[in-house]
Design a protein around this ligand. Sequence first.
Ligand code: ADP
Length: 487
Amino acid sequence: MVAPEMTPFAKVGGLADVVGSLPKALAKMGHDVRIVLPYYGSIAFGENWKPLDGPLVVHLNYGHNQFCKVWEIPYGNAQHSFTVYLLEHHDYFGRPEVYAGPWGDHIDNGGRFTFLSRAALDLCYRLNWMPDVIHAHDWTTGFIPLYLNSVELHRPLGQAACVFTIHNLQHQGIFERSLLDFAGIPQEFFRSDCVESMGFVNMMKGAIYTATKVTTVSPNYASEIQTPEYGCGLQHVLKFKAADVIGVLNGIDNELWDPQTDTHIPKQFSIKDLSGKIACKEALQKRLNLEVAAEKPIFAVISRFVDQKGLDLLLNISHWLMESMCIQIAVLGTGEFALESGFSQLTAQYPRQIGSYIGYSNELAHLINAGSDFLLMPSRFEPCGLTQLYAMRYGTLPIARSTGGLVDTIEQYIEGRGMGTGFLFDEISSNALYYTIGWACSTFYDRKKEFRQLQVNAMSKDFSWDQSAHKYEQVYTWAIQSRRGKP
Ligand code: ADP
């Protein structure tokens, strides 16, 4: 696997969690999994790391080679062990951030991630280890299938199949045409039915055209991205490749996210005994300076602050919510300035009802999942979404827009029958969000038995990798057969 993020080394969003947990499940099934990742400046050095002897030569730009140091890290435990390789290159990866600094996206992202892709292939030769499948994640690794179909085609790695996973179609990796020369990918690939898009290189598009199989992180998103509404301009490409586009639902790491063993929360709890959740609620209320009141429902947000997540819809109605409902709101997130300042202002205005932490905190994410009653995800689009899966495992019911993976993972509440695992709404509007929060709020106060039943339903769901890892295994098998020309 080649990826820009992986828990616990570097995380921006759910992609990191997937790359941190899927290999464990695959290794448990007996596969030899190796992961290549940049060694960002923010990654703390580990004791069990070993450097490969001498530098790795990275074959870029038709002979203008570059070099990097490679750290080999044995990872996992007795049941599931695999190897992580970190690429140390100060100019490309010495800075702490993955994609963007305080002034926006790093301007050399094209070069940085081309380097990652090419280095991953060169590392295979260096290790004399030829994988059956290279699993590339998102646009940053989009050149991998292009390499396999061009300069590598008649070399040993040309045998390898490429499975390319779209975690988020919105980010496509668009750069100047000259990036192909830097990469050492022939200009004949600069075609509209390959990597070219409106005179630029589009890494995502090139990968969709050239990967052996393309997966997305939920079945519903796999269909959605073939429509103009969700296709981000690539809907025709995805339709063309439809037979090779497969939706595989993300799983979660049940060991890291387990209310029975979680060490980030003050009291553990289980589906049989939810009493610990009350202690977690109290701790959360204290932590965010909210009124300590077990009887009031907490509606939580744990999110990157970006347009995709629809949090402006929540900001629009927050005053209205505070005045009309007896609820609390707990917010954890960072990102766009307007959202950061919007939630900070609300916290200042309603200090005992709204609590926010503007920043990144894994430990607080665990506490919020454990101590809240509802999780808000009014997303405009959501390829899969992991946050709702963690929330449900902790008995926190998602309130979400019915899009992408949220549809595949949340069962709509059926009032009066105690069925469902959360609350879904269709329209991208503050009104729809407001009324759905109202519905959840009345369920909490007036239909306590049903609320409890929904918590049990949500906690009973199995979102572990067990099923999805088998689906990936199937996709890898199809990809290998297809690459080797077998029917
Ligand atoms: P996305 O990948 O679009 O960000 P996901 O729901 O798939 O959305 O994954 C988000 C992941 O990032 C979850 O593990 C969530 O807990 C975590 N996360 C998001 N924002 C924060 C934050 N501010 N602090 C800690 N964890 C966060």
